[in-house]
Design a protein around this ligand. Structure first.
Ligand SMILES: NC(=O)C1=CN([C@@H]2O[C@H](COP(=O)(O)OP(=O)(O)OC[C@H]3O[C@@H](n4cnc5c(N)ncnc54)[C@H](O)[C@@H]3O)[C@@H](O)[C@H]2O)C=CC1
Ligand SMILES: O=C(O)C(=O)COP(=O)(O)O
Length: 457
């Protein structure tokens, strides 16, 4: 990748000091300015090549258009506070550090689930008021109860394994993570229709996007067990706030643990003040460890980009194109020809001609994650998340294909973490598996597949 010049970076929120140190050690001038109002940020941003934020800075299209940025770095996971489409249109790379705060967010989720079962925050407040009320705070065991996990990505997975240790049965739903993968970490997947009525507790761990706004609403609360308890440590609005209040008031919802709100801080305090709600001021990632990882990761990713090294954590579709290219490169493409059309907003299509064969790939960014939608004649059933170690192979469909590939990988000490198949099943088509590590030698796959390529993103 060609190096990108970044001489100045503005850090607009409280980011671990390692971020500034690493950037400065690499010759980048860093300014830290927190709590800026929109007008102040718009005036300030003109002077910088890079901006580093957490969740509080709203990087709207106005800010993006007022700036000459080359990079927006999110020291954390969610990029819903950044207008990624506006950034992509201006050719600005948006990158995040999606795994740095996973454990911290998962641990806070578990803390809220436990607090909901035993009323710990309410009992602690009552003690401070001088009371000794043992009856009022009668709880219920988590043991044997059903936890529904909506969104089985990084955090959902960690929550599942922790709550299983309390004896909870974990069920879930995710449109991308395959059921066979979640089954391997003890989560039975099912449709949301099947999930709602079974749960004693529900926790949501999806990105905020149109398809996840109001996942829990009046209609879906009505399908739940009476008294269901819910946790939202993901993004405000995934559980509709007005519907939650109505469900709490009717008793349909027995309690809620909320770390995030549609408006932060919330001006409307009805949920926060409700006796069955325990809440935190968006503390999921607020641990020393998570902040150290995210601050360091984002700085190192920016430095790598400046040095023209690999592009890690990029979520805008300009990098998707680069990722597709880097993937094609692993096929030993000798000559390349790129045709990029405008396609739909945020969509990227490329065509590469190698040794007389043409490879067409299209991708986009969904929920902050770059995804591959099509590769040559293969239209993937579910978008392939372009993260981690990926192994692509072309083969003809057969009931034994996955188990044969999995067996072969296992003999090489490689585990399958995700699996994406094409929607069509006829002829030789491309498949993609997420793997725990890359194969030392791709030719091991020769007996099973026609072509193969692997890469780490
Ligand atoms: N409270 C806090 O401080 C923190 C909050 N977060 C938030 O937690 C959420 C999850 O983060 P990660 O697990 O790292 O993300 P992830 O990308 O690893 O997992 C998200 C999962 O949601 C799934 N998903 C997408 N649409 C869905 C739908 N309609 N129904 C069910 N599942 C759906 C995706 O397929 C993916 O597997 C994000 O919103 C992130 O911003 C993350 C870190 C800290
Ligand atoms: O990483 C995320 O998605 C978070 O919500 C954490 O937000 P923060 O960095 O603490 O403002």
């Amino acid at each position: 990748m060609a190096p990108i010049f970044i001489k100045t970076v503005l850090i607009s929120e409280s980011v671990d000091p390692r971020c500034k140190t690493i950037l400065e050690e690499n010759g980048i001038r860093v300014t830290e300015k927190q709590n800026m109002k929109k007008d102040e940020l718009m005036a300030e941003i003109k002077d910088y090549d890079g901006l580093v934020v957490r969740s509080a800075t709203k990087v709207t299209s106005d800010i993006i258009n007022a700036a000459n940025l080359k990079i927006i770095g999110r020291a954390g996971t969610g990029v819903d506070n950044v207008d990624v489409d506006a950034a992509t249109k201006k050719g600005i790379i948006v990158m995040n550090t999606p795994s740095g705060n996973t454990i911290s967010a998962a641990e806070l989720t578990c803390a809220l689930l436990m607090s909901l079962s035993r009323n710990v925050p309410q009992a602690a407040m009552s003690m401070k008021q001088g009371n000794w009320d043992r009856k009022k705070f009668m709880g219920a065991e988590l043991y044997g109860k059903v936890l529904g996990i909506v969104g089985l990505g990084r955090i959902g997975k960690e929550v599942a394994s922790r709550m299983q240790s309390f004896g909870m049965r974990t069920i879930g739903y995710d449109p991308i993570t395959p059921p066979e993968v979640t089954a391997s970490w003890g989560v039975e997947q099912m449709s949301l229709e099947q999930l709602w009525p079974q749960c004693d507790y529900i926790t949501v761990h999806t990105p905020l996007m149109p398809s996840t706004v109001g996942l829990l609403n009046d209609e879906t609360f009505a399908k739940c067990k009476k008294g269901v308890k819910v946790v939202n440590c993901a993004r405000g609005g995934i559980i509709d706030e007005a519907a939650l209040l109505r469900a709490l008031e009717s008793g349909q919802c027995g309690g809620a643990g909320l770390d995030v709100f549609v408006e932060e801080p919330p001006q409307n305090r009805s949920l926060v003040d409700h006796p069955n709600v325990i809440s935190c001021p968006h503390l999921g990632a607020s641990t020393k460890e998570a902040q150290a990882r995210c601050g360091e990761d984002i700085a190192l990713q920016i430095v790598d980009m400046v040095k023209g090294k690999k592009l890690v954590g990029a979520v805008s579709s300009t990098p998707v194109k680069k990722i597709i290219f880097s993937y094609m490169w692993t096929l030993q493409v000798n000559q390349t020809h790129c045709a990029s059309d405008g396609a739909a907003s945020g969509m990227c299509k490329v065509e590469i001609v190698a040794n007389g064969s043409s490879y067409k790939a299209s991708g986009s960014v969904q929920g902050g994650v770059p995804v591959l939608l099509e590769l040559s004649d293969s239209v993937f059933k579910q978008p392939v998340s372009l993260t981690g170690n990926l192994l692509f192979f072309k083969a003809s469909a057969s009931p034994q294909l996955l188990s044969s590939v999995a067996g072969l990988l296992a003999t090489e000490g490689v585990e399958i973490e995700s699996y994406s198949a094409p929607a069509d099943r006829t002829g030789d088509l491309w498949y993609c598996v997420g793997v725990s590590s890359l194969l030392r030698d791709l030719s091991a796959l020769k007996p099973l597949v026609k072509e193969a390529a692997q890469l780490t993103i």
